[in-house]
Design a protein. Structure first.
Ligand code: ZN
Length: 476
């Protein structure tokens, strides 16, 4: 029997708002002591009233528009009831039958083909706290309780672990682009639940699925789906396919999924409308305003870089991946009108340094202005490419000095004086009869050797294209 796999993804992404979803506590608890960012609201004390965070709603709307969703005019919050020690209220405030947004899509590219993945809905909710299990019991930290989340539910449109990973990466990029979430997986700002089921090819119904909970890296997302596909394929082949949905966990150390519980359905949560929060009216003017502010999406940007600026696919991909890098690159291009040189400086030397230092593009000293100045010095022939990428750039990166000043101070100006170059070329031609004969005989490598000799004489400051030209003229 030939089987196909059906995958749907739920993505939980932390909204990058200043405060929590329903109270004024700081939303950034990274690296802080436990239970310092809390108040009576987010710890579920009796008699407290939640107030919806406007910024979180705005960022949710922006993300929804970037994911091509419809935004209904009204949405409401509901209580999702379950007991767990990290959830102080005894319920989560989420959205059930009237979510913030629905019916969107994302285009993904996998192994050279493009595919549209549907988005069922995007809703807002608050996060739980965190439990740490120690030898004598469990410790609870409520700093994260009440953090605003977007839950983005896909249609069951993916057919392989690679497609699921490509979709998750694309959503991460989009959320960062619109500034709705930093989606930093290392800090737990983005987590996945993956639903996996199988069916015979040609069958169009959906069979019971396994939902793999709380995957927190792209690597474990792919590995867990691959594992589940293998396991379910074996069950199908033995005639023992899943009869009811299950919830499973993923163990990163053994690379296996493990059974947690029968999958809970919405009935189990006894959803009911949150009585403390009025229905939310999402004004059409605000939606139109945000629609006009949604920036160019990474995939569109990438195509533009290739088609209009002549970048290679790889270069365009690297630059368009990170919105801050894209802004930087476009600023350099605007000031130099030289996309190819700009990308070759940014993607090679600058990125190498940034990767070494783990600095973000906005936390280092070579501003777009300085980078443009450097590119322009090369473009006008004032310094050679090698000098720019070596000595000058290193000094700029360390000190943030202007490249013009560095060139002046270190005397690195390229010699483009035809007379001076011709004099050196003549002496090199006279002193190397062998290679000169080789050039005459059509050996292209030999000219490189001669250029090298002239460069050496001129301490690396001769203009290489002028040297090349002069040597050829002298030899012929
Ligand atoms: Zn609070």
């Amino acid at each position: 029997m030939e089987l196909e796999v059906i995958i749907g993804l739920e993505i939980h992404a932390q909204i990058s708002s200043k405060t929590k979803m329903f109270c004024g506590c700081d939303n950034d608890s990274f690296g802080k002591d436990p239970n310092v960012n809390i108040c009576p609201i987010c710890t579920g004390m009796p008699g407290q009233l939640p107030v919806v965070n406007e910024e979180a709603v705005h960022k949710g709307v922006k993300a929804s528009l970037a994911l091509n969703c419809n935004i209904p005019e009204f949405c409401k919050f509901d209580r999702k009831n379950y007991f767990y020690p990290d959830s102080p209220k005894g319920f989560q405030i989420s959205q059930f039958d009237e979510p913030l947004a629905e019916k969107g899509f994302v285009d993904i590219e996998v192994n050279g083909y493009t595919k549209k993945i549907g988005i069922t809905r995007l809703h807002l909710e608050d996060d739980a706290g965190k439990l740490t299990h120690v030898r004598d019991g469990s410790l609870v930290d409520f700093n994260r309780a009440g953090t605003p989340l977007m839950e983005i539910v896909s249609d069951p449109d993916m057919r392989s672990a690679a497609e699921a990973a490509a979709y998750a990466r694309e959503v991460q990029k989009i959320l960062r682009y619109v500034g709705s979430s930093d989606a930093d997986m290392e800090k737990g700002m983005m987590r996945f639940d993956a639903s996996v089921s199988m069916r015979p090819v040609g069958d169009d119904k959906l069979y019971p699925r396994a939902e793999i909970k709380n995957l927190n890296s792209f690597r474990s997302l792919e590995a867990a789906i691959e594992y589940e596909i293998k396991k379910q394929t074996e069950l199908w082949e033995k005639g023992e396919a899943l009869r009811s949905p299950v919830t499973v966990g993923w163990d990163d150390s053994s690379n296996k999924t493990f059974f947690m519980r029968e999958k809970e359905e919405s009935d189990d949560y006894r959803y009911f409308p949150e009585p403390d929060i009025p229905t939310l009216h999402i004004g059409r003017e605000m939606v139109d305003q945000y629609r006009s502010e949604v920036p160019e999406m990474p995939v569109v940007k990438r195509h533009r870089y290739v088609n209009e600026l002549g970048l290679s696919e790889d270069d365009a991909r690297i630059i368009s991946e990170d919105p801050k890098l894209a802004v930087y690159f476009e600023e350099v291009v605007e000031k130099t009108d030289d996309a190819k040189r700009a990308v070759s400086f940014i993607n090679t030397i600058l990125m190498a340094k940034l990767n070494e230092d783990i600095l973000g593009i906005n936390n280092q000293k070579v501003t777009a202005d300085l980078m443009a100045e450097l590119v322009n010095l090369v473009k006008s022939g004032e310094i050679s490419n090698n000098t720019a990428k070596g000595e000058v750039f290193d000094e700029m990166y360390a000190t943030g000095k202007s490249p013009k000043v560095i060139v002046e101070e270190k005397g690195l100006k390229q010699v483009s004086d035809a007379g001076a170059i011709e004099a050196v070329c003549k002496s090199v031609v006279d002193g190397n009869p062998g290679p000169v004969a080789d050039v005459k005989g059509g050996n292209e490598k030999a000219i490189g050797f001669l250029v090298g000799q002239v460069m050496k004489e001129m301490k690396g400051q001769g203009n290489p294209s002028l040297i090349n030209e002069t040597l050829r003229k002298l030899i012929s």
